[in-house]
Ligand binder design. Sequence first.
Ligand code: ACO
Length: 330
Amino acid sequence: SAAEMLVGVGSSVPETYLTNHDLERLVETSDEWIVTRTGIRKRHVLGKGETLAQHGITSAKRALEMAGIAAEDVDLVLFATSSPDDVFGSACQAAIGARHAVAFDLTAACSGFVVALVTAAQYIRAGTFRTVLVVGGDALSRFVDWRDRGTCILFGDGCGAVVVTANPDSEAQGAILGMEMGSDGEGHKHLHCTYAGGGLKPLGDGPTPSSHAAYSNIYMAGQDVFKFAVRTVPAVIDGALAKANLQKDAVDWLVMHQANQRILDAAAQRLGLPADRVVSNLSQYGNTSAASIPLALDEAVRGGRIQKGDKIAMAGFGAGLTWAGAIVRW
Ligand code: ACO
């Protein structure tokens, strides 16, 4: 059977961004509160007329370019998102020229990217597809209630993508060395997003207090989700390590969902990883949901930190509730 390998990564975020000081003008908050509670300093948000798919397309093109693979050779496009422009599906398949590809969206909130990556590997191992483009992207700025200081300070928009192909060496080990995933529907009460006006029909032209008025789209019981995350992430990584038959010290990098610096620190401590082995770009992007892991991976790879062959502990967690971790060889 075939083994998967990761051959390209790319990302894209909107140019427009909001600093914590910008948010001080929208809601009763402060730069100091946001930085100490979350670690976030700014977040990119879709501008007027901009869509999530545009960033999906750019990140896909960048990842394919790194891989040296033509779009028409892609067999499957998986778009992990909870905030599509079009709920029927995100059509970046056509726009990048992946005309032979099957394409579908996959929704698992902030766990979506890891779930999609694992899904891609299953198709390759089964021999069904050889080249899969996995995109993770969200535009929660279109859904958030910009009057709710408990959530609007957290989220940012963006996309990231990886290209996964069948390793021509049939003896090779796969890139997903071990994984652990799960869900808890009982936890839905702590975090949910009811639909109103997606990217193609936004309720306003961006983050203003009046846009999305009368809708409180994202509800989050922050402390319950925080406790869930701090408990679940180390367990998920332990589970993935056990399946990979590896010890903690085999992990070179932690590239996990960027929701809160305190959650990142807690997970790193449990893994015994020093801070310089934890990829964190949360301060610049906020919580970009399904985009956060490929966005962080792209920066670390292009910045020369993560090298070919390095072992990465990935962990996503979020609404559902859902969680997904994997030990991945870059
Ligand atoms: N500015 C100022 N004060 C605020 C703000 C704000 N932006 N937001 C809340 N507060 C206030 C609260 O009203 C509360 O005031 P009170 O004590 O008078 O009631 C106080 O600050 C403390 O609020 P808490 O919610 O207890 O603050 P906490 O330390 O828990 O931090 C946070 C909140 C940052 C949301 C944290 O709970 C967290 O990160 N949770 C996890 C979120 C997460 O990981 N989500 C991932 C999944 S997202 C997805 O799947 C879509």
